[in-house]
Design a protein around this ligand. Structure first.
Ligand SMILES: [Zn+2]
Length: 138
């Protein structure tokens, strides 16, 4: 075994390095460290935030296409979170993933409705608009 701080050779059962006084880290401690690591990928909060923002944006009609993109980001975050975490996903990640899926569906539906709405406006405008129709004049 070698001290990670100063590099001096240590006995197997040594817990503190006699050269520099640094605590000796065994393999058990290293494994515990990697599983409890809570970096950007192990954090479920972005999954939830992107899920909420994605669904909310999808329901705006004008920016539904943007909501689809946001929801896809949320789904991607959920996927990388699930790949990273061995344990069962947290509630935040699970809800965020469901919101992202709902956001993609709502975004597609609202975008289609918005396109139909725009086409209807263009058709009405090309026909002279509502005021141009002499239908109600006797
Ligand atoms: Zn040392």
């Amino acid at each position: 075994m070698i001290c990670q701080k100063c590099g001096s050779v240590l006995n197997e059962n040594t817990r503190i390095c006699p050269q520099c006084g640094a605590p000796v880290e065994g393999e058990e401690q290293f494994v515990t460290k990697t599983t409890t690591y809570n970096g950007p990928l192990g954090n479920p909060t972005p999954v939830l935030v992107w899920g909420i923002v994605g669904l909310a944006t999808s329901l705006t009609f004008f920016f539904s296409w943007l909501g689809i993109i946001f929801s896809c980001i949320g789904l991607k975050k959920a996927r990388s979170y699930n790949q990273f975490t061995d344990s069962a996903p947290s509630n935040q990640a699970r809800i965020g993933r469901k919101l992202s899926i709902a956001g993609i569906i709502a975004g597609i539906v609202c975008t289609v409705l918005f396109i139909i709405y725009i086409i209807a406006i263009i058709v009405v405008a090309n026909n002279g608009g509502f005021s141009g129709r002499p239908r109600f004049i006797v």
